[in-house]
Ligand binder design. Sequence first.
Ligand code: RFL
Ligand code: PHB
Length: 388
Amino acid sequence: MRTQVGIVGAGPAGLMLSHLLHLLGIESIVIENRSREYCEARIRAGLIEQWACDLLRETGVGARMQQEGIYHEGIKLRFGGALHRIDFKQLVGKGVTIYGQQEIVKDLIAARLSAGTQILFEVEDVTVHDLDGKKPKIRFTHAGKEDEIGCDFIGGCDGFHGICRPSIPDGVLTAYDRDYPFGWLGILSESPPPDDELIYCYHERGFALYTMRSPALARLYFQCAPDTDIENWSDKRIWEELHLRLGGARKLAEGKILQKGITPMRSFVTEPMQHGRLFLAGDSAHIVPPTGAKGMNLAFADVRVLSRAIGEFYRTAKSEPLDRYSETVLPRVWKAQRFSWWMTQLLHRFPHESAFDRRRQLAELDYLATSRAAATTLAENYTGLPMA
Ligand code: RFL
Ligand code: PHB
């Protein structure tokens, strides 16, 4: 098989890269080690920054998001027994949209397939080769047969546990990371969300987040120990914990728990995000803790830059924008890292914190609730910094 850009991974990064390249008249093939059903059912992100909604709409894959997404003009912070609203609209004139990542994945897969792009699901034994030369290759097994894609460029969009980043020779990449001493236990419940906006809850028992997927589907998370075994959390125990953390601010309707899981919390960046003709995008190059809701948005920001740089290469034969890919995207990556870390340290309980640390967190929350300058900083970052 031969194509212009071989893409490893059919998550938001890989699918959006293929989509944007198609709009520039550039061919790609996407390979994915999971099944289509698995990719379309994997529950993850929910919150999309305004520029990313515009990108989906402007590139013709936003129709269902426009219909079914829930637009939010603010969020609520809960601490000290009260709710405090941060009004994004008033502060920065922007908002965010709640629309499940798996719905975006469904919309992107449908668009790719209807345009005739090949997506090979359930591939195995993926390896990448000749990254330093002009004709890199991807080898894999599909339907029991060994196969190879010869291409001009490889999009390494295979997430944090993928094979692309580890295929870059030793000594090229520098990793910057931080693990957090907690995880999030998340559920999807057939029940109305407690509020029509997201509530970020600071609580003695640990952080909780109340979000949603629709007026009848709540998505609820709470901070848990990093080694928590989901088997030890019966539905009854989960609801008890959620009631305790919401602490009477809102009535929390219980419903059937459709899905539950634990998310580890990590900050990670690799620099550079490229080697030869392999370009990393999305979670394969960086991970943020979900508190700032930035991961999928960053994946879209990366591939927006990468697709344009590849477009420029085919249009003018200039490789300079591709050479500068990491340099171009990393400032945004690091600002999202900073914001995600800041939201995380502000709202969670840490094992070795002191009474001083708790007082400092409360003072910062109070500052956010009472200072227009502080709230504007939160609103500007949360709704998405301007795109270059
Ligand atoms: P993905 O989504 O992990 O996709 C990578 C794809 O590559 C496949 N793959 C391979 N394919 C072929 N060969 C191999 N060897 C392969 N190895 C892996 C995988 O099966 C997969 O299909 O990475 P991508 O595309 O970079 O997208 C990143 C986002 O998924 C991630 O950043 C977000 O989900 C993060 N995130 C959030 N981001 C937001 O922007 N807003 C949010 O509100 C938000 N909330 C969240 C989140 C992530 C969460 N969890 C579960 C980690 C909430 C949670 C709880
Ligand atoms: C979600 O809706 O899943 C979501 C929203 C905001 C976050 C994290 C997750 O910060």
